[in-house]
Design a protein around this ligand. Structure first.
Ligand SMILES: [Zn+2]
Length: 283
């Protein structure tokens, strides 16, 4: 747990991030309120390492999404900006890291070395989210048509469960990015400018995030509910379209896109917990 000054800094940073997201319309107002709560918990209870993991995900995926939109527009593809994220979407990404920060603060009030494992578990949850975003944004630029996980039938770009080789590689890079940022914040050895990360930990977090991203695709392909708009007839992942409730055409009702993302980040934590025991060296 942070000292009072650290807690104030956490509230200010979370408020700035949430307000910024609302101003650029990346977040709805309830979405900004949810982002503020996640930020206060992660920054204030988890501390700087957890903040590095969250900010690495948030900044790199936001920049990639913006860049991907520009490139597709320049190619003349009919694209629109992603709608502002609501509170449920923010919770799907932020709930697990926030709960891990809380657990870390409760079990290690003084920030003992064992809090390092909480940090690595949080990093794995965010690595899985980052992998998913990088895979979607970079994979979406591939000229090859994505194929549905499992059946390998070509599907429309951007559909849940669709994967491309470029997307899978980008997902691995996205997961590695979060793992390296956290390792850079908290290296285990080295002196001065010589940086020595714990390769076992980097490997465990990267691989956990990557496997969770694949699980996300499998769930997206096999279980996730798909809906059809009663007004315009288009198929969608959203429960409502054109301002009316859409009808479900396939998948399991409770398993919408947010539930898939939340499940994937929880799986990232579980995979990391297992892999750290194999590769983490003395945890
Ligand atoms: Zn519609």
């Amino acid at each position: 747990m942070s000292d009072p000054a650290g807690l104030i800094a956490a509230v200010v940073a979370a408020a700035a991030g949430a307000a910024g997201g609302a101003v650029v319309r990346a977040l709805t107002l309830p979405g900004a309120a949810a982002a503020f709560c996640v930020g206060v918990m992660v920054f204030g209870l988890g501390g700087a390492g957890h903040a590095v993991a969250l900010v690495s995900f948030f900044v790199s995926s936001s920049l990639l999404s913006a860049a991907g939109l520009r490139i597709r527009r320049r190619r003349g593809s009919p694209v629109s900006a992603a709608p502002a994220r609501d509170a449920w979407q923010v919770a799907a990404n932020g709930l697990i890291p926030a709960l891990i920060a809380l657990a870390s603060a409760l079990t290690n009030p003084g920030g003992t070395p064992s809090s390092r494992e909480w940090l690595l578990l949080s990093a794995a949850a965010l690595a899985s989210m980052n992998a998913d975003t990088w895979a979607t944004e970079i994979g979406g630029l591939a000229r090859a048509r994505p194929r549905m996980m499992g059946s390998w039938k070509p599907v429309a770009a951007g559909e849940s469960g669709g994967v491309t080789l470029l997307g899978v590689a980008a997902g691995l890079a996205g997961s590695l990015f979060v793992a390296l940022m956290v390792a850079a914040w908290w290296p285990v050895g080295g002196a001065g400018l010589i940086w020595r990360p714990d390769l076992g930990e980097v490997f465990a977090v990267t691989w956990a995030g990557f496997l969770a991203m694949l699980a996300d695709s499998i769930l997206g392909a096999g279980v996730q509910a798909r809906f059809r708009c009663r007004v315009c007839g288009s198929t969608t992942e959203e429960r409502s379209h054109c301002s009316v409730a859409a009808e479900r055409v396939s998948g399991w009702g409770p398993m919408d896109n947010n539930a898939v993302n939340l499940t994937a980040s929880a799986l990232g934590v579980a995979f990391a917990w297992i892999l750290l025991r194999w590769f983490g060296g003395g945890l």
